[in-house]
Design a binder for this molecule. Structure first.
Ligand SMILES: [Zn+2]
Length: 316
């Protein structure tokens, strides 16, 4: 891999040992058990509902709902869903993990503290195993853009360097959030230092509405920042003055990790959330001339087989 990354970033990684935790789902309020398992080189990231015995590949084309979080469903059994996958996906992308099985015994990944830091802690405790297999990247060859008709947009552009660079802005007028923007290059060190511990957030009026509708039942000041006008309701305040844009960037990293491999691209977004992030990947892979796999020319046969599997049916 050319460019700025140390050589070990160019090798596929998994965990050294299984590791798990127990926590509540943000939306269901149900208590669930989560376990991460090492996986074979080339296996990719796979979710598994242990209560139902169903596997769901962590891929953009299995996303079925992006309204409150990113939810994926089993292709052969659409009723089998796993919600709130974006923060654990961000932690895995941030740590450079390519191959892992994520087991959960219910319909949602536990929210824990609302950030990616607890997942990074689990990865740290398990340890990272670096294989000899080269890590391929998805190289964006020409610009792709999606927008929502209300001025929000997300774009991917080619990147002269072998990296994933992001520029994002958000705007919540007349609130403590206001206008925030951030530039970020994804590396394990930068993700850990700048994004991992930033928490999900909501406006107090939206939280009240969600609770009335029976949603966000597990939500509390222990796992989300709640903003009421110019006031932060959490007694401990913010972890960073710009925690909101850092969390939205964390969501971009997690949502775009559903590409099926690391992106070599520049992301530019304005008020982009889970819906646009997913539409962006769908637009990219709908255009076979907009991307290609790069690196890892000497990939072993099993990695090549996994790539072939990744290409079907989404890339067919
Ligand atoms: Zn989030």
């Amino acid at each position: 891999m050319d460019g700025f990354l140390p050589a070990e970033h160019g090798r596929r990684k998994t965990l050294k040992t299984p590791i798990g935790c127990v926590g509540d789902g943000l939306h269901t309020g149900r208590r669930m058990s989560l376990t991460l398992h090492p996986a074979a080189v080339g296996a990719g990231i796979q979710f598994r509902r242990t209560d139902l015995g169903v596997d769901i590949p962590a891929r953009f084309d299995f996303v079925t709902d992006t309204r409150l979080c990113t939810t994926i469903a089993a292709p052969a059994a659409p009723a089998v869903r796993i919600g709130t996958i974006e923060h654990i996906m961000a932690a895995l992308a941030g740590a450079g993990i390519d191959d892992v099985i994520i087991e959960v015994d219910g319909p949602e990944i536990p929210i824990l503290d609302g950030s990616a830091a607890p997942f990074l802690f689990l990865i740290d405790c398990a340890g990272v195993a670096t294989s000899a297999a080269p890590r391929q990247m998805i190289d964006v060859l020409r610009p792709v853009r999606v927008e929502d008709g209300r001025g929000a947009f997300a774009e991917l552009h080619p990147n002269a360097e072998a990296a994933f660079d992001c520029t994002l802005e958000i705007d919540y007028p007349n609130t403590a959030i206001g206008h925030q923007s951030l530039n970020f290059r994804l590396t394990p060190e930068a993700f850990r230092a700048n994004l991992a511990d930033s928490r999900t957030f909501g406006l107090a009026e939206d939280v009240a509405r969600l609770h009335e509708a029976g949603l966000a039942l597990g939500g509390s000041l222990d796992n989300a920042v709640v903003v009421d006008g110019m006031t932060i309701l959490n007694p401990g305040g913010l972890r960073h003055a710009d925690e909101f844009i850092r969390h939205k960037m964390l969501d971009v990293v997690g949502d775009l990790a559903l590409a099926g491999g690391p992106l070599r691209a520049r992301f530019i977004g304005s008020r982009s959330g889970h819906a646009l992030n997913n539409q962006l990947l769908r637009a990219l892979f709908a255009d076979k001339d907009a991307w290609r796999w790069v690196g890892g020319a000497s990939a072993p046969a099993d990695a090549a087989t996994a790539r072939a599997k990744q290409k079907a049916p989404a890339f067919a």
